[in-house]
Design a protein around this ligand. Structure first.
Ligand SMILES: [Fe+2]
Ligand SMILES: [Fe+2]
Length: 248
């Protein structure tokens, strides 16, 4: 079984087409499309691509939630999961495909372990906090950094509980600063893109950790774990068949 991955297709700007075959699992690590409504363009695209691949494994990015409240988007994606046999929506959940364990979710960030400077920079510097709505009780309001920390912890504890050395973890946000462009370490918004989980990775040692979000292609090891990201980014001219084979 071959595994290919891609992230940040950002098809809200321009659609693209991925070529595959029935021996290959496609992993999509978030920011694929701003999910507007059930039964729209995305559903057609997913059904079409699920016919081309053995299976399609999906996590939401942050941009999935720009057009609808988070819970609405998650419900839509779960419906696709229930209706399309080989479509697997990972939302702090797991799936086995021919014995290979995949698990994950968006992950978000812990803002450098809750650092108030990082949280403040995010609130004023990231569009997520203007464009994403989440339920606070019964009322949908703007996303807050406290919400993001709770979302991070939900994915983190799911991974911690279920990961094995044979697992492939899929998240949108990165698990290490090493995934960023080297110049990024001076950016005050850097903690919106990754959390430092190197200690955990060395302890858990999953086979691989696939992510996106940084729009920066990377492939490196933390202990025995292959960390990889391959992104299309904000390409408004259309780029077809952007996938990278996972080397493990
Ligand atoms: Fe992105
Ligand atoms: Fe993102």
């Amino acid at each position: 079984m071959k595994i290919v991955h891609v992230a940040d297709l950002h098809m809200e700007f321009s659609m693209c087409d991925l070529v595959g075959n029935k021996e290959t699992v496609l992993v999509i690590a978030g920011d694929t499309y701003a999910v507007k409504k059930y039964g729209g363009i995305l559903q057609t695209w997913l059904k079409d691509h699920c016919k081309r691949f053995k299976a399609l494994v999906w996590v939401d990015g942050n941009h999935e939630f720009y057009k609808r409240p988070m819970c609405r988007v998650q419900n839509i994606m779960q419906q696709y999961n229930d209706e399309i046999e080989n479509f697997h929506y990972l939302n702090d959940s797991e799936v086995w495909i021919e014995g290979q364990h995949f698990l994950g979710g968006t992950l978000w960030t812990n803002f450098n372990k809750g650092n108030p400077i990082a949280r403040n920079a995010a609130m004023y510097g990231m569009n997520d906090y203007k464009s994403i709505k989440i339920l606070h009780g019964d009322i949908a309001g703007r996303l807050r950094t406290g919400d993001v920390i709770e979302l991070f912890e939900s994915t983190y504890y799911f991974i911690q509980k279920h990961v094995t050395p044979e697992s492939i973890v899929v998240t949108h946000h990165a698990p290490s600063y090493k995934s960023g462009n080297p110049s990024f370490v001076d950016d005050e918004l850097q903690h919106c893109y990754y959390s430092d989980l190197e200690k955990e990775i060395l302890e858990w040692q999953p086979k691989a950790w696939i992510h996106g979000h940084l729009h920066h292609n990377t492939s490196y090891r933390i202990g025995k774990t292959q960390v990889a990201a391959y992104s299309r980014g904000y390409n408004r001219h259309g780029t077809n068949n952007m996938v990278k084979e996972l080397s493990i």
